[in-house]
Each structure stands twice: as structure tokens, then as C-alpha cells.
Ligand binder design. Sequence first.
Ligand code: ZN
Ligand code: ZN
Ligand code: ZN
Length: 141
Amino acid sequence: MTDMNPSKDTLKEYDLRHTGCRADILQSFQNNNHALSHGDLEALFGQRFDRVTIYRTLKTFVEKGIVHKVLDDEGGTKYALCRVSECSHENHHHDHVHFKCLVCGNTTCIESVHIPTINLPEGYKRTEVNMLVQGTCPACV
Ligand SMILES: [Zn+2]
Ligand SMILES: [Zn+2]
Ligand SMILES: [Zn+2]
């Protein structure tokens, strides 16, 4: 990669003011190919940014279509980078499966596997669908 500061460009692209916290958090999403939780980011940046700032940054990123929520097991929420091919500010939805490795604990987006269409009984209105598959990832087999 020739671009030395990809996160700065991405922030500009999404019309976000560049702050240290935004740049650092975005960079860590770009450097990891698995989802990160608020706790993961706090462990990484807790010394430099308070938890409210980290929380707000995640919220902004979700609203802008930069990251999406990944429901993890045990009620936890993680966040993963959106693919430019899949998401924009206006069109921010995900129909791919997430995979959680029970050995290393990493949760990854499997963009090539789509969640099948789910037909709900009358009266139920879907706003979001999540599918988490658990098992062993290629790195841990
Ligand atoms: Zn998205
Ligand atoms: Zn693994
Ligand atoms: Zn995903």
C-alpha cells in the first residue's frame, strides 16, 4: 500500500472532522480483519481517550456507515468495518454471516455468505437480521 495514512482519507471521504480518536480507532479496524468490541478499543486506547469519547466515535462510525454492529454471543456487541462495495451513508445494511471462532475468540465478517431470506409471521416487522456462526477459524484448525 502506498497510502501512508488511509484513515485520514477515509474520514475526509465520510465528511468527518479528523480527530486523534477517530483516526486511531479507524486505523485499528483497518489493521484487524476481525471485529472489535468497545472493550477491545478501551484496552487499546483507554490511556489516551476516555470511554465516552470511544463510545461516541463508534456511534458516529455506525451512523456514517463506516462500521456495523456484530452481535456476539453472551450479549456482547462488536463492530466490524463496512465494505465500500456494500455500504454507504444512505445504504447501510448487511446481510452477510458473521463467524465467531471459539478458540481465538475472533469474530469475522463472511461477506461471501448471505443470510437467507427470513419470512416472518404477519405483524412482525424486521429492522435487522443477525446471524452468528460459531466454530473454528482457519487460523485455529
Ligand atoms: Zn455498513
Ligand atoms: Zn480462531
Ligand atoms: Zn459484518
